[in-house]
Design a protein around this ligand. Structure first.
Ligand code: AGP
Length: 606
């Protein structure tokens, strides 16, 4: 979604803005722009264009010593991808950038008589016009009055004519972070990666508070004018963690980071061979006496929840419902005060997941967020939070975040079992001992990268692909299919292997790739039978299994052997293989896997 950066301080702003926008590219966008105060003047200049940050770099002034400006990458919602629709938008005295959606922009056009006066098709220009109409020389008053009328989600970064060196910020729902350093000045951004080069300390702007940034500091006031003290957070990663470090893409770098990410998420939470969340401040009362679990998430995070469901339901014996956040919001929740609600989100900002959490909180106090980004909205609003420690995930396609989300679900499932005596303690201890071996197993899988890469060439020519498995393997198939389609644009579907013959097998014809996952002993032979059914219809079968060798070569065309590990944990190995396969298929097709078309890293609009 849209990326925001603003800077006012003691050095030239333009490079900070452009470099910041480059770091925000991963969020997904289709146009870019900056605005800045002209040197020693209250006048504001705007440069913007449809296209990439590199296109914007081509149209900015080479020498620009302005020390105050704002920059934006736009992910189109209202209006097409055009220069006019790109941000910043200027209406008389007001120049602004925006992330979010103004829901009542039609009413605002009427109320402020803007029909025929707007130059773009965006809701953002309407907001600029509203602030401008309320501006009588005092920026804060203009913002306050404007907010009385503007409805929706927004993070605004605003400059007012004749107020050089000042940037005003305000948000509702949409994320916005800021920081001040004595050496540089004041920064604002949609996320920390934009200014991580300068500091690892930041604060989240509280909703409906107005921030004023100058070279001397950041002042924040609520709408009543009361001063608000920002709560600074510190992350334990730096700019090098957010760079490619020699890898051609973030995605493959992040795939390789999984052994470390897994160990960072799991190891410190194991005490006396059992999962222990005391360092997270999570009290066992959260789990005591629960009757069921509801997992709420979107996309990959939801698929991680599906794996968790399979484990918790089948091994702990508690019913688990996995809800798509955007659906959950409009259904009648069956949650009670004995339901544990787990919301899963890498970014912690996905709007549907956030709104679903808010709804769940009206039914139960037992909310637990599994989140990667420290201080994100979901992390702050959930009663409890269990941070995954994957480090920043920049590639749009989630890889290491998925792995640690599944790991977190496994830890939570095991703790539920311990607290409620739902499983023998010795069994859980043995499971946890094996869980600690996963990073080594993933390392072995990563050694197969070159071999897996050779199969991607075959995948790249396909129009359709199918991922099949049973049980845990089926839950992983969904993630495998999503990964392939989002970065290679190949139509891919996941099917429970036994369900194919109830319709979908009609789509199997000569050469259609079927990626079959068969790691679960109790259904292994059944999956092999299902594979034979598609093989008999000409499918090109890639089989992932723990067999060292396949004795009957007619079962598949390609066999990828997985390192030996207990069945519940092979999902981690197989996931890495599917990620590598999708990555190289994308590369083979000349798609940039880090920035697939139409997609955004953090989906902050509904
Ligand atoms: C997966 O590769 C996608 N990037 C997407 O499905 C993502 O997992 C989903 O949008 C949820 O994001 P979140 O984890 O930040 O909430």
């Amino acid at each position: 979604m849209c990326g925001i950066i603003g800077f006012t301080g003691k050095r030239a702003a333009q490079d900070i803005l452009l470099d910041g926008l480059q770091r925000l590219e991963y969020r997904g966008y289709d146009s870019a722009g900056i605005a800045f105060f002209k040197e020693n003047s209250g006048h504001i200049s705007v440069r913007k264009t449809a296209g990439k940050v590199s296109d914007l770099r081509a149209i900015v002034d080479e020498e620009n010593i302005s020390t105050c400006g704002i920059g934006h990458t736009r992910w189109a919602t209202h209006g097409g991808v055009t220069n006019a629709n790109a941000h910043p938008h200027r209406v008389n005295n007001v120049t602004l950038i925006h992330n979010g959606i103004i829901e009542n922009y039609h009413q605002l056009i009427e109320k402020y008589k803007l029909m025929g006066k707007l130059r773009s098709e965006t809701d953002t220009e309407v907001a600029a016009a509203v602030f401008d109409a309320n501006f009588n020389g005092n920026p804060i008053e203009a913002i306050k009055k404007g907010l009385e009328d503007i409805k929706g989600s927004f993070a605004f970064c605003i400059m007012f004519k004749n107020h050089p060196g000042e940037i005003y910020i305000v948000r509702n729902v949409s994320p916005m972070v800021a920081t001040y350093t004595k050496e540089q000045g004041a920064f604002v951004a949609s996320d920390l990666t934009a200014f991580i080069e300068f500091t690892n300390k930041y604060f989240v702007l509280p909703e409906y508070c107005i921030g004023k940034l100058t070279k001397d500091g950041i002042e924040i006031h609520d709408l009543e004018g009361k001063e608000v003290e920002p709560e600074y957070l510190t992350v334990d990663w730096d700019v090098s963690t957010a760079e490619k470090n020699g890898y051609p893409h973030y995605m493959i770098k992040e795939i390789h980071e999984q052994p470390t990410a897994f160990a960072n998420t799991v190891n410190f939470r194991i005490k006396n061979n059992l999962p222990d969340f005391s360092d997270d401040g999570i009290d066992d009362s959260l789990f005591e006496g629960i009757t069921d679990v509801t997992v709420i998430a979107c996309g990959t995070a939801m698929y991680a929840g599906n794996v968790g469901r399979s484990l918790i339901q089948n091994h702990i014996g508690l019913p688990v419902n996995v809800a798509i956040a955007s659906e959950f919001r409009y259904e009648r929740p069956t949650i009670t005060d004995k339901t544990l609600v787990i919301v899963v989100s890498q970014s912690g900002e996905t709007i549907d997941t956030l709104e679903a959490l808010r709804l769940a909180k009206t039914k139960t106090d037992r909310t637990l967020a599994v989140v990667n980004v420290k201080g994100s909205t979901i992390a702050r609003e959930s009663k409890y939070v269990l941070y995954t420690h994957a480090g920043p995930e920049i590639a749009v396609a989630s890889t290491k975040a998925y792995t640690v989300q599944v790991a977190a679900m496994y830890l939570i499932g095991a703790r539920i079992g311990v607290v409620n005596n739902l499983c023998e303690k010795s069994k859980i201890e043995s499971f946890i001992a094996d869980l600690k071996k996963v990073p080594d197993a993933i390392k072995k899988v990563l050694e197969m990268e070159d071999i897996i890469r050779t199969y991607a060439a075959r995948m790249a020519n396909a129009h359709d692909a199918f991922f099949i498995g049973r049980g845990l393997d089926y839950t992983l198939s969904m993630e495998g299919a999503l990964k392939l389609k989002e970065i290679s644009y190949i139509h891919a579907e996941a099917y429970a292997a036994g369900e194919l013959k109830h319709g979908t097998i009609a789509l199997i014809s000569e050469g259609v790739p079927v990626i079959a996952i068969a790691t679960q002993e109790h259904v292994y032979q059944k999956v092999i039978s299902n594979i034979r059914e598609v093989k008999a219809r000409g499918a090109f079968v890639v089989l992932l299994s723990k067999d060292e060798k396949i004795t009957d070569p007619s079962v598949c065309d390609v066999h990828i052997p997985l390192p030996a590990i207990r069945d519940e944990l092979s999902v981690f190995e197989a996931a890495v293989i599917l990620q590598i396969l999708a990555y190289y298929t994308s590369v083979e097709k000349d798609v940039n896997p880090d920035q697939p078309r139409n997609l955004a890293k953090s989906v902050t609009v509904e």
